[in-house]
Design a protein around this ligand. Structure first.
Ligand code: FUL
Length: 699
C-alpha cells in the first residue's frame, strides 16, 4: 500500500466511523403515553364520512321512540355505491354507518330481533344495508366502521341483563359478517323514555356499568384487532366534546382515560384532552353537513356553507383531530345532490389551499440536532418521508428550526407534524417570518400533535422560523408551507331595522362591489367599504371579487324595500309584545313564536308608522332545529286606521314545511299603514304561530 492509498483508506475509515457514529445516535425514548398500532392506522384516516340513515330517515325524526313499524323503512333508490363513490371523490378515506340508532331498528337482518330490514318492504325483506356498504367500500377502497347504539328504545328487555347479552350478540354479528372494520362507534346518549316492547315507560341504567363495557371491548379485540373504539372517553378514540366539528387550539391526544365514561359531565374537557393523560386517546370531531344528523327535507336549504366547512376543516384536522363529517342519506337512499355539491366544493378548496408545498426543497437549519447526527437533522422535516424526523438532544427542550426561501415568497399557511409514535411532546411554539430583513411574530400557539395547521395573513418572507418548547426532546417529522388563495364565496347581505345595509364575505382579502341602479355589478362598480343606509325601495346587486386572480362570484340580487325604522308590532295573539318585535328586526335568525295551546286567532298586527301603497308582503318562516308555528295558509290584511281591514291576499305557501325559505306574495296595490298577518292553517296543526321576519313590498 503506497502512501496515497494508505491515506485514502484512512479517510474512508474515518468517514465510515463518522457516518456510523451518526447513524448510531439513539432515537429518543418514548415520552408519556404513546399510540398503539391500530391508533396510528386511525390517525392516517384523518377525514371520513358518517352516515345517519335508518328508521328516522322515514319518520322525519332525530330520535325515534322505538315503536316504529319496520314497514316504514322503504328506500326507493338505495345505492351504497353512490355514497361511497361520493365520499371517495370528496377525499374521504372511510365511512361509519348507523347500523342501529337509539330506536333499535337494524339495517342488517340480525338473527336476534325481528325489528330490522328483514321485516321491511325494502327488497322484500331480503336486503342487508351493511352488506351492500361493505361491498361498495371494497370496490372503492374505503374503510368501513359501524355505529351501534347501546341505548335501544325498541327492546323489551332494555334495562335488564338480557338486553346486554343481546347488545353483545349484535356486536359480534356486525364484527363477523362484514369484513374489516376500522372503527366501532358507541354513542353516549341514554335518554330514558321509550317504547320498550310496548311498555312505553322511562328506563334508567347506569352508563358506567350496565353495558359491561369490559366484555364489549373484548369482543371488538377478539374479532377486529385493528378497530379503534370510539366513545366519550375512548378507549381508542375520544369524542371532542361538541357536535360542531371543532377541537380546541390546545389539543392533547392524551386522556386520564379511567376518569372519563359515557355521559361524562365535564365533557368540555374533551375539547383539549388532558395534558397529564394516562393513555393515548386522540380526538375525533363529528359534525353534520346539515343542522340534523338525519335527513329532513326542511333542511335542504340549510346545508353548511363552503366557508363554514372550510373553517371546520381547519379547526378539526388542523387542530390535531380527525374530521367525521355526517351525510344524512335521504329517503330515496342516496346522498342528496345539495350535500354532494358542498362536499365537492370543500374538496376543491382544500386542494387549492394545499396545492403547492413551498417548503419542498428548502434549506433547513436548526439550533440543535440530536447527537449532531444527520439521522435527526433539520432536513428531515421536508424530506417527504413521515418516518424520518428532526430531533433534539434529550436535554434540549427548546430549539428553533428555520426554513430559508431562495427569494422572498408569499406564505399564509404552515403545517406541522410531531413524530407521534414517540408521544406528544410540544407544549408551545411560535412562528416567525423574516420580512424585509426583520423577524415578525406570526402566531404563538400551544400543542402540535399528529397535525397542526395555522392560517395567517399572507406575508412575503425570506425565511420562516418555528421556535418550539417541549416536555421532552423535540421530534418533528414534517413542516409544510403554503400560499392559499383568497376564499371567494357569495357575499351575505344584512339590513338592520333602521335600514343600514352590511355586506360580508368570509375572507377579508376579497373585495365587494355593488350597484343600486339595476345595472350589472363589476369590479368598476361601487366598492363596499362600510355599512350604508337604504331607506327607500332599492334593488341591490352585489359581487365578491378576488383581486389576486380577478375571479368573481355570480351577481347576487337583493330587493330592499322601505326600511322598518318606524315599524312596531302592536298586537299579537299571545306571547310578549317585546319578543314579537323580533319579526321586524331585520334579523332572520331571531323570531317570534306565540304561546302553545293558545286558542285565540293566530295573528300579528304591525304599524308601519306611515301610509304606503302596498303591493305585496314577505314572510320568512322560522328555520332552526324546532321550526314550530310555521304558517302554511295565510290571510294578509291591510288597514289605514287599525279598525277597518281589507283582505289584500290569502292563500297557501306551497311546500313551506319542507322548504322553509322566504315567501314573497304580490297583490293588487292597496293603501295602508297597518298590516295584519293571520295564520289560517299552521304546519302540523301546531297551536302556535311564528315568524322570523315579515316585510312589505311597495315597489
Ligand atoms: C348523538 C346521538 O344522540 C345523535 O342522534 C347522533 O347519532 C350523534 C352522532 O350522536 O349523541
Amino acid at each position: 500500500m503506497n502512501y496515497r492509498t494508505h491515506y485514502r483508506v484512512l479517510v474512508f475509515t474515518l468517514l465510515l466511523g463518522l457516518v456510523q457514529a451518526c447513524n448510531n445516535t439513539p432515537a429518543p425514548e418514548p415520552y408519556g403515553p404513546i399510540p398503539l398500532e391500530r391508533q396510528l392506522l386511525w390517525h392516517d384516516m384523518e377525514y371520513y364520512g358518517f352516515v345517519h340513515f335508518n328508521m328516522n330517515t322515514f319518520t322525519n325524526m332525530e330520535w325515534g321512540l322505538g315503536g316504529e313499524s319496520p314497514s316504514a323503512f322503504n328506500p326507493t333508490e338505495l345505492d351504497t355505491r353512490q355514497w361511497v363513490k361520493t365520499m371517495k371523490e370528496a377525499g374521504m378515506k372511510g365511512v361509519i354507518l348507523t347500523a342501529k340508532h337509539h330506536d333499535g331498528f337494524c339495517l342488517w337482518p340480525s338473527k336476534y330481533t325481528e325489528h330490522s330490514v328483514k321485516n321491511s318492504p325494502w327488497k322484500d325483506g331480503k336486503g342487508d344495508v351493511l352488506k351492500e356498504l361493505s361491498e361498495a367500500c371494497k370496490e372503492f377502497g374505503l374503510k368501513m366502521g359501524v355505529y351501534l347504539s347501546p341505548w335501544d328504545r325498541n327492546h323489551a328487555q332494555y334495562g335488564k341483563p338480557e338486553y346486554v347479552t343481546y347488545f353483545h350478540n349484535q356486536l359480534r354479528e356486525l364484527l363477523t359478517n362484514y369484513g374489516d372494520i376500522f372503527e366501532v362507534w358507541f354513542d353516549g346518549a341514554n335518554g330514558g323514555s321509550g317504547y320498550y316492547g310496548g311498555a312505553n315507560e322511562v328506563r334508567k341504567i347506569d352508563n358506567k356499568t350496565y353495558y359491561q363495557w369490559g366484555k364489549a371491548i373484548a369482543i371488538v379485540r377478539e374479532l377486529q384487532p385493528n378497530a379503534v373504539i370510539f366513545g366519550d372517553g375512548g378507549p381508542g378514540v375520544r369524542w371532542v366534546g361538541n357536535e360542531q366539528g371543532w377541537a380546541n387550539e390546545t389539543n392533547w391526544s392524551l386522556l386520564r382515560r379511567d376518569e372519563v365514561h359515557p355521559g361524562y359531565p365535564r365533557y368540555k374537557e374533551l375539547r383539549s384532552g388532558h395534558e397529564d393523560g394516562t393513555h393515548w386517546v386522540p380526538a375525533e370531531c363529528d359534525v353534520s353537513i346539515r343542522p340534523g344528523w338525519y335527513y329532513h327535507p326542511a333542511e335542504d336549504s340549510q346545508v353548511k356553507s363552503l366557508e363554514h366547512l372550510v373553517d371546520i376543516y381547519y379547526k378539526s384536522i388542523g387542530r390535531n383531530g380527525s374530521l367525521l363529517l355526517n351525510l344524512p342519506v335521504d329517503y330515496r337512499g342516496i346522498v342528496h345532490e345539495k350535500d354532494v355539491e358542498k362536499l365537492m366544493a370543500l374538496k376543491e378548496q382544500v386542494e387549492k389551499d394545499f396545492s403547492k408545498n413551498l417548503a419542498e426543497g428548502l434549506a433547513v437549519s436548526a439550533t440543535n440536532s440530536r447527537g449532531g447526527s444527520s439521522k435527526f437533522d433539520a432536513n428531515k422535516v421536508n424530506d417527504g418521508n413521515e418516518n424520518t424526523y428532526w430531533a433534539t438532544d434529550d436535554d434540549v427542550l427548546e430549539a428553533s428550526i428555520t426554513l430559508a426561501f431562495n427569494k422572498p415568497t408569499e406564505v399564509n399557511r404552515i403545517l406541522l407534524e410531531e413524530y407521534i409514535p414517540l408521544g406528544q411532546r410540544v407544549k408551545s411554539f411560535t412562528v416567525e417570518a423574516k420580512v424585509n430583513d426583520s423577524w415578525t411574530l406570526i402566531d404563538s400557539q400551544t400543542t402540535i400533535g399528529d397535525k397542526r395547521i395555522l392560517r395567517f395573513d399572507t406575508v412575503k418572507a425570506s425565511k420562516v422560523r418555528v421556535n418550539i418548547s417541549a416536555k421532552a426532546a423535540i421530534t418533528i417529522s414534517n413542516i409544510e408551507l403554503y400560499r392559499a388563495p383568497n376564499l371567494l364565496t357569495q357575499p351575505k347581505v344584512k339590513r338592520s331595522k333602521d335600514g343600514e345595509v352590511t355586506i360580508a364575505v368570509a375572507d377579508k382579502n376579497i373585495e365587494i362591489y355593488y350597484t343600486t341602479d339595476d345595472t350589472k355589478p363589476s369590479s368598476t362598480s361601487i366598492k363596499y367599504s362600510k355599512p350604508f343606509m337604504v331607506d327607500s325601495p332599492t334593488e341591490l346587486n352585489v359581487i365578491a371579487y378576488n383581486p389576486d386572480n380577478k375571479e368573481q362570484t355570480k351577481p347576487l340580487k337583493v330587493n330592499l324595500d322601505v326600511s322598518k325604522k318606524n315599524w312596531h308590532v302592536i298586537k299579537v295573539s299571545s306571547g310578549k309584545i317585546e319578543e314579537a318585535q323580533n319579526s321586524i328586526d331585520g334579523d332572520k335568525n331571531t323570531n317570534w313564536t306565540s304561546n302553545s295551546n293558545d286558542d285565540s286567532p293566530k295573528e300579528i298586527i304591525i304599524d308601519l308608522g306611515a301610509e304606503y301603497n302596498l303591493k305585496g308582503f314577505t314572510y320568512m318562516p322560522v328555520h332552526g332545529r324546532h321550526p314550530d308555528g310555521i304558517v302554511s295558509n295565510y290571510q294578509f290584511l291591510v288597514s289605514t286606521n287599525n279598525k277597518n281591514w281589507k283582505i289584500a291576499a290569502s292563500g297557501e305557501f306551497g311546500n313551506i314545511k319542507n322548504n322553509p325559505i322566504e315567501q314573497t306574495i304580490h297583490f293588487k296595490a292597496v293603501k295602508g299603514r297597518y298590516i295584519k298577518m293571520k295564520g289560517v292553517k299552521i304546519v302540523d296543526n301546531d297551536s302556535r304561530i311564528s315568524a322570523a321576519e315579515i316585510g312589505v313590498i311597495t315597489k
